[in-house]
Design a protein around this ligand. Structure first.
Ligand code: CUK
Ligand code: CUA
Ligand code: CA
Length: 632
């Protein structure tokens, strides 16, 4: 079933964009209405043509109820990247209610993130940048299923990877990858999250220390491998081309990325000059063997294995890295739930290329592992999966989501459109899409979020910066086809998401003091003190409704003051903060949480310490005085 949104003049929008965007202009335009009608006809046949058993227990489309009444919980968590706000947003699915934000590469005062000593140090040690660009939030898996432990996400801006602890929904580690300038793709190695990979997009000299400034043939990029826990940088593999998106095979052997710059160019013209680029397949056990055998150069403290095409390590029967030719400038790559195929989306080519993963160990020419190429339409970017053998691909240029049959695409002729089951119009160019537990061994097959770039006229106007648009589709009824059920504006600009069944997570509702690095400060007198050592003053005090451990804290002008404080509340959802605005301090403490903050008392005077979280009727009275005595 194909729907067009009557409130948009799609052809006008597309023509308008084609004028301004060379990518659009160079791709042949399809006849939008005609293709839509044809897709509708195909959609109605879907139930008869599919070879799949459609005896799934999902409700049929007419019965779908995506409302979640007040007070009731959603079935899924969705973790959406915030883009260059640097954070992660947590939605409930199917309500599409935003239920939390997790700061990652950004400072965030309401959560005290970047304000207390610990998170400040973490951000400082990760490069000291004030912002990042999150794109690909990927949860950890055990045995190819989400295990609810961690969420990993890249920083496309500064070449970093972060780990979010899903017990406390907070960022607890960031790694600055010294040999990557921008980390784009992010994904763990399956089935058991043995590694977390950061995929380097921007080619630079390695090391980037002033050498080879204007000799792009010497530039390269890396795939960086980190251990999940502790979150440590283990090794890099160097390649000559760039790397873009990435996904893992299901058996711990292969990791796939796309590359759109096999030309090793530095301009758009150069980067799009060749007819083909790569899917790059990394053989992880062989790379580990090379690291083990010392076959690497240490660069910026990291073992870097040579995975370039001319590397001696790629000679012979067991190459570390295989380069598979795909049509020019591909984009997303994702592995099917059964682990059989890696599917790369064409971007500048209207096809998705299907690579049979097992063949990579059989064939001499890696191009012989290509077993299918389905013509999905113009501008394919990303592909997600359901539990019934279908793939769903976004078409950035045609403004559609395409549903197609994976095995039909393997059986069909190269370039055939026959495997396409349905094309669903969306009102604007979609980027990522993600189905529930799509990139695990067991997708749920009910919900699909499509992230539309640009929202045009969907919502009340709010000035020239428009919200983005996240749309929820029900995909559980193959007879009825994809059904748009929710349309949610999003603060700019989510790129990608992961959808995790709610029962896989077990979040804490109060802190366990044993999980924290800082000692708990109880209300006992001996736990609460003000101590001076030279011009350093150390204060430990508890906080609770409606006071801090000390009513007055007296220090000298110029003192370096460290305050450690524990929220001793045991009742859920009673948060306090320790705010000293004139010293740029706002540290939140959730129940049973201890935090510490250090600042210099550089101006004499009286400074009110207050609690910024509304915590009771006497919240405004929850305050103490910082008295800074003038230096003599
Ligand atoms: S990606 Cu990051 S800029 Cu995830 Cu399709 Cu495009
Ligand atoms: Cu504690 Cu307001
Ligand atoms: Ca290219």
């Amino acid at each position: 079933m194909t729907e067009t949104n009557p409130s948009n003049d799609q052809e006008t929008i597309e023509a308008d964009v084609a004028d301004k965007d060379p990518l659009f202009a160079r791709i042949p335009r399809r006849d939008f209405m005609k293709a839509g009608a044809a897709a509708g006809a195909m959609g109605s046949l879907a139930g008869c043509t599919s070879l799949l058993d459609d005896s799934n227990d999902h409700p049929t489309a007419g019965e779908v109820d995506a409302t979640v009444p007040p007070g009731e919980h959603d079935d899924y968590y969705a973790f959406l990247s915030g883009g260059h706000t640097g954070d992660i947003r947590v939605y409930g699915v199917p309500s599409m209610r935003q239920i939390m934000r997790i700061p990652v590469f950004n400072m965030e005062s309401a959560r005290g993130y970047g304000f207390d000593d610990q998170t400040q140090e973490m951000l400082e040690e990760a490069g000291g940048y004030t912002w990042g660009d999150t794109h690909h939030p990927r949860p950890s898996q055990t045995d190819n299923e989400y295990d609810g432990e961690w969420l990993f996400v890249n920083d496309k801006a500064n070449g970093r990877m972060a780990r979010i602890d899903l017990e406390y929904f907070e960022t607890d580690a960031i790694i600055d990858l010294p040999n990557q300038q921008g980390t784009h793709g992010a994904c763990a190695l399956m089935p058991d999250t043995r590694y977390v990979f950061g995929v380097g997009e921007l080619r630079v000299p390695i090391p980037n220390d002033g050498r080879d400034l204007d000799d792009p043939s010497e530039y390269g990029s890396t795939l960086s491998a980190m251990s999940p826990d502790p979150f440590d940088h283990e090794w890099d593999v160097r390649v000559d081309c760039n790397l873009d998106n990435g996904d893992s095979g299901k058996e711990g052997e292969w990791f796939f990325t796309t590359s759109y710059n096999s030309e090793e160019g530095v301009t758009e013209e150069e980067m799009t000059s060749a007819d083909t680029d790569y899917v790059v397949a990394f053989n992880i056990p062989r790379i580990e063997d090379a690291v083990e055998a010392g076959e690497y150069d240490e660069i910026n403290g990291v073992p870097v294995v040579d995975g370039t095409e001319d590397s001696p390590l790629n000679d012979g029967d067991e190459p570390l890295v295989r380069y598979i030719d795909v049509p020019t400038n591909p984009h997303g790559v994702s592995v099917t739930p059964d682990g059989e195929y890696a599917i790369a989306s064409g971007k500048l080519d209207p096809t998705c290329t299907i690579i049979e993963i097992d063949q990579l160990n059989e064939v001499d020419d890696p191009n012989d592992a290509i077993v299918g190429r389905v013509n999905v339409g113009n501008g394919p970017l990303h592909t997600a999966y359901d539990d019934r053998g279908h793939a769903y691909t976004t078409l950035f240029v045609d403004s559609q989501v395409v549903k197609w049959d994976i095995e039909d695409a393997v059986d069909a002729e190269m370039g055939s459109e026959d495997p396409v089951i349905e094309k669903h119009d969306v009102h604007y160019s979609p980027g990522h899409l993600i189905a529930a537990e799509s990139y695990t061994g067991s997708p749920q097959g009910d919900w699909l979020i499509v992230l539309n770039k640009l929202s045009k006229d969907r919502f009340l106007p709010v000035g020239p910066v428009f919200p983005e648009n996240d749309q929820l589709f029900y995909i559980g009824d193959d007879d009825a086809g994809m059904e748009l059920v929710k349309d949610t504006p999003a603060y700019p600009e989510p790129h990608d998401a992961s959808i995790v069944r709610a029962d896989r997570l077990d979040p804490a509702s109060v802190y366990d003091p044993d999980d924290l690095e800082l000692d708990y400060i109880s209300a006992d007198d001996e736990d609460n003190f003000i101590e001076r050592d030279g011009d350093e003053v150390h204060i430990e005090m508890y906080n609770t409704r409606n006071h801090f451990g000390f009513e007055d804290i007296t220090v000298q002008e110029g003192d370096e003051v460290t305050i450690r404080t524990t929220n001793i509340e045991e009742e859920e959802d009673i948060l306090h903060s320790l705010a000293i605005p004139q010293h740029d301090v706002n540290v939140k403490t959730a129940p049973q949480e201890t935090r510490e903050v250090t600042f210099t008392a550089d101006e004499p005077g009286v400074y009110w310490i207050y609690c910024a979280y509304f915590c009771s009727a006497l919240h405004l009275e929850m305050r103490s005085r910082l008295l800074v005595e003038p230096a003599d």
